[in-house]
Design a protein around this ligand. Structure first.
Ligand code: ZN
Length: 232
């Protein structure tokens, strides 16, 4: 089967937009999520509401299939980062913020490919991005191209990795969501998706829930303002 896809879906803005992108392109779409002891575990709790919202959207009915939830607690155990430990977010000597979980996306892609292999799925979709990223080296286009090659060699497969957000910024990500699912999708992302590193679901802004101060909230807020400024 070539007309199917597996989307890495965390419950955040980026992966929700990628999921809509996949629903627009492929006949059958499944999702995969990872529980690695992230402090913002709340993003896992919002996933069902986002999935339910997408299932209900006209045009995509019947396309969204199984959701695969993978327990990767071991990743939280071996990494000392601000996403998995209760420490303040800060910049490190190597120029990377301490929210960087070493190898996280590499590990995610391996598990995604293993599920795709088992399910006979050709296309793997991930929301990594070089434009707005916090310098995470495993979000780079070259990293993903190398991963695709390694997975296809290592699993004797022909997976195609899609990265629809790779070269666009956060304002353009909101715009992409609007072009895929109109204001219904934009409102679903604002209301139900979660991005905040601090797991804040009490403070409601124009762009959705979050603390408003962490790097993830700042990016999301700036992107939404840019989107609105351009008539979104
Ligand atoms: Zn926040």
């Amino acid at each position: 089967m070539t007309d199917n896809a597996l989307v890495l879906f965390s419950g955040g803005q980026d992966s929700t937009t990628c999921l809509a992108w996949a629903l627009e392109r492929f006949a059958h779409v499944e999702t995969i999520g990872f529980d690695y002891g992230q402090r913002h575990r709340i993003e896992l709790d919002v996933r069902p509401a986002v999935l339910a919202g997408l299932r209900g959207m006209a045009g995509w009915r019947g396309k969204l299939g199984d959701d695969h939830m993978i327990d990767l607690a071991v990743l939280g155990q071996i990494s000392q980062t601000a996403l998995t430990q209760n420490v303040a977010i800060a910049m490190q000597d190597n120029g990377l913020p301490n929210t960087f979980v070493p190898g996280r996306n590499l590990i995610f892609m391996n598990f995604a490919a293993a599920i795709a292999y088992r399910r006979g799925i050709k296309n793997i979709v991930t929301g990594v991005c070089e434009t707005d990223f916090s310098g995470y080296p495993d979000c780079r286009d070259d990293t993903m191209k190398a991963v695709q090659l390694a997975l296809n060699l290592g699993m004797e497969s022909r997976f195609v990795i899609h990265t629809p957000l790779m070269w666009i910024d956060k304002a353009q990500t909101w715009k992409l969501a609007q072009s895929l699912g109109g204001d219904t999708l934009v409102d679903l992302i604002r209301e139900e998706s979660h991005t905040c590193y601090n797991g804040d679901r009490t403070h409601r802004h124009d762009w959705g829930f979050g603390c408003g101060a962490c790097p993830a909230c700042e990016l999301r807020a700036q992107g939404y303002e840019g989107f609105k400024a351009k008539g979104g």
